[in-house]
Design a protein around this ligand. Structure first.
Ligand code: 5CA
Length: 444
């Protein structure tokens, strides 16, 4: 792709209305454009990153056996009246009337819709467990939309729902999602910590938020530092292994604001291990048993002929919020350098030829390299403008492709100036550069 043809309205300076670095960068490099308060259009650069995040989320859902569906954004008020949440949800719900004067709403979440689908289709314990998910726009009329897409009114969410025959089986499903979340955030190169959390308007009494540390986060957290040393690498998708993994995480005190008790924190966490800080909630999982299935009559036949309401949980990931969360975690605001994790980078590599009016040989070299890179599935962006070198590099540092090649007049394929953002420049032939990038891509 040629930079001159990319729809990327870059601003010279940070926009003053943006208070945090992710919002600044997203506006500065034209990833998004505000349409109205808390509602954004996604421009090519931002959309590309979000789609890559979405695909990783999808792959990790599929790996635990969840099945993808797509429910509508607009829902009927009837099912929300059945669950009792039509009134409870209050002003955050965007309510609409159609031409027949029927009350509709723009879905803030889908527990009711998915329960309605389940109850009209499945009747036997033999069909359980069921794990269903979709990735769809949501609308919440937040009282204070802010920080760009971090707290939007319209936002893109992956929400999954589990249906099980008993509490025990439902905890198994819950733990599968717990593991898939750890794996998902790791592939996004984020350290997300599971924290015991409140359930709010979703309901139930078991819940974890997945939080990444950031000073600009809206969640206050209280945690035992040792939780950061854990990983889920050895966890298998079977009951005992998953149970042990959750135990391993839950052995350390780690809670959000609403669950915090000073007395307990000081009792169970030694002073040197205490960490009180802020973070961004990128995922939230809930177990609420038969809250919706009972209210909405979603039951299955059990082995002995009895019936019971299915046990349900729901599992959300803020896909659009993750774009901002990754920037908060990776952007060096002071030096104005972004380095996207290769797994979600808008481009793998930036080619920066030095061009002047009389000599386009460096650009021709870049275009030839581009062809070779395409063959190797390396997505690169060529800066074909005639700007001076330092402003070209400045721009590429904001766009954040993790690798750069500088091409001067004398460059040949034998020794190119190659650089991974944040590291020293090396002189390498194109074949070696391709090898390095391919190897990194395979690790993701
Ligand atoms: N039904 C449940 C689980 S699917 C649910 O809606 N959970 S939630 O309210 O916690 O939202 C799930 C995730 O969506 C959050 O963890 C957060 O990452 C993201 N999210 C929530 N509200 C917003 C918002 N206003 N803007 C951007 N992302 C949001």
């Amino acid at each position: 792709m040629l930079l001159s043809k990319l729809f990327i309205p870059i601003l010279k300076n940070n926009p003053s209305e943006a208070k945090i670095k992710s919002h600044q960068l997203m506006l500065r490099v034209g990833m998004i454009k505000q349409a109205s308060a808390g509602i954004y259009s996604w421009l090519p650069l931002g959309f590309k990153v979000m789609k890559k995040i979405e695909e990783i989320v999808r792959q990790e859902q599929n790996k635990i056996g969840a099945q993808e569906i797509l429910m509508p954004t607009i829902q009927s008020s009837e099912i929300w009246k059945e669950s009792g949440r039509y009134e409870d949800y209050g002003e955050e719900m965007l309510r609409i009337k159609d031409r027949q004067n029927r009350e509709m709403l723009y879905g803030p979440t889908n527990e009711e819709q998915v329960t309605e689908i389940f109850r009209s289709s499945l009747k036997s314990y033999k069909s359980l467990p069921q794990l269903l998910y979709h990735i769809q726009w949501k609308f919440r009329d937040e009282i204070r939309p802010r920080f760009g897409i971090m707290r939007g009114r319209e936002f893109y969410m992956k929400d999954a729902y589990s249906f099980d025959v008993s509490d025990e089986e439902a905890f198994y499903s819950y733990n599968k999602f717990f593991l898939s979340y750890l794996r998902t955030f790791k592939r996004l190169s984020l350290t997300a910590i599971p924290m015991a959390a409140d359930t709010g308007p979703i309901g139930g009494n078991l819940s974890h938020e997945f939080i990444i540390l950031a000073d600009t986060g809206e969640s206050k957290i209280f945690t035992d530092k040792r939780i950061f040393d854990l990983n889920s690498n050895d966890t298998k998708l079977e009951k005992n292994s998953l149970q042990q993994m959750r135990k391993k995480y839950e052995q350390y005190y780690s809670v959000t604001d609403e669950k915090f008790s000073k007395e307990e924190f000081e009792k169970v966490v030694s002073e040197e291990n205490r960490l009180i800080t802020k973070g961004i909630e990128v995922g939230h999982i809930f177990y609420f048993g038969d809250k919706y299935s009972k209210a909405m009559g979603a039951s299955v036949d059990l082995p002995g002929g009895k019936k019971d309401f299915v046990k349900m949980g729901s599992y959300g990931i803020g896909v659009s919020r993750l774009v901002g969360a990754i920037i908060e975690a990776k952007y060096d605001n002071k030096n104005e350098i972004m380095k996207w994790p290769l797994s979600v980078a808008p481009y793998d590599l930036a080619l920066v030829p030095m061009i002047n009016k009389n000599d386009s040989s460096a650009l021709e070299k870049a275009i030839n390299m581009y062809k070779e890179l395409v063959k190797n599935n390396i997505d690169s962006l060529i800066d074909d403008t005639e700007e001076n070198f330092s402003s070209k590099i400045k721009k590429m540092n904001l766009i954040g492709a993790p690798y750069q090649i500088i091409i001067g007049k004398k460059s040949d394929n034998d020794l190119l100036e190659f650089k991974e953002i944040g590291k020293e420049t090396e002189n390498l032939p194109l074949t070696k550069i391709i090898e390095i990038i391919k190897k990194q891509k395979n690790l993701n």
